[in-house]
Write a protein that binds this ligand. Structure first.
Ligand SMILES: Cc1cc2nc3c(=O)[nH]c(=O)nc-3n(C[C@H](O)[C@H](O)[C@H](O)COP(=O)(O)O)c2cc1C
Length: 170
């Protein structure tokens, strides 16, 4: 898929089919993650955990209300040893790479911070279920799966994101 099409098609999807991802799909998503920029190139300070196991997803969302991963068959957790902005911002870059690649593969995604803050950070069982080594802590997740309805590309005729341009004076 052309990059502009993927950018316009990617959207927060909150209803998924139960169909699991294939190993090839997972591999392509994790490969795309590895091309993301991270602060100071500290790739060893980040860890991607691909959770395909429904029982583990249940544990991750157990302390939240509702189903914050929206029934997605796969949750990709991004963890880091970094505290503060470098960790959060880099996780966002990694998530966007995963989401654009997923879109390219005909999959749908939703970035998830809510359950990380509301459930996982406070739950020993959830943290244990991720089996993170050492100082790693989860910062952001991406729910991935097949959308339950066809996604349509969006065209934001007016800029959704306010933009100011500063040109040189003529
Ligand atoms: C850092 C971040 C955290 C988010 N956390 C959640 C979340 O916990 N639950 C959720 O349903 N959507 C979450 N979203 C998705 C946003 O609500 C969504 O991207 C936004 O409304 C714009 O819609 P779009 O992605 O369809 O363009 C998050 C997005 C970002 C960037």
């Amino acid at each position: 898929m052309n990059l502009t099409n993927a950018i316009k098609l990617r959207q927060a999807n909150r209803e998924f089919k139960k169909t699991p991802l294939t190993a090839e799909e997972v591999e392509q998503l994790t490969e795309a993650a590895g091309y993301a920029p991270v602060a100071r190139g500290r790739f060893n300070d980040f860890l991607i955990t691909v959770v395909n196991d429904p029982a583990t997803i249940d544990i991750l969302e157990a302390n939240d209300t509702g189903h914050p991963f929206y029934g997605a068959p796969t949750v990709i957790m991004i963890s880091t040893t970094l505290t503060g902005q470098s960790g959060f911002l880099s996780a966002g870059m990694i998530a966007e790479n995963i989401e654009l690649k997923a879109t390219d593969l005909g999959l749908a995604t939703c970035t998830i911070l809510g359950v990380v803050k509301a459930s996982i950070e406070e739950s020993e069982a959830a943290l244990n279920s991720l089996g993170l080594p050492g100082d790693f802590h989860p910062v952001l997740a991406v729910a991935v799966g097949h959308p339950d309805h066809e996604l349509k590309p969006r065209n934001f005729v007016t800029n959704r994101l306010r933009t100011v341009t500063i040109d040189p004076e003529k």
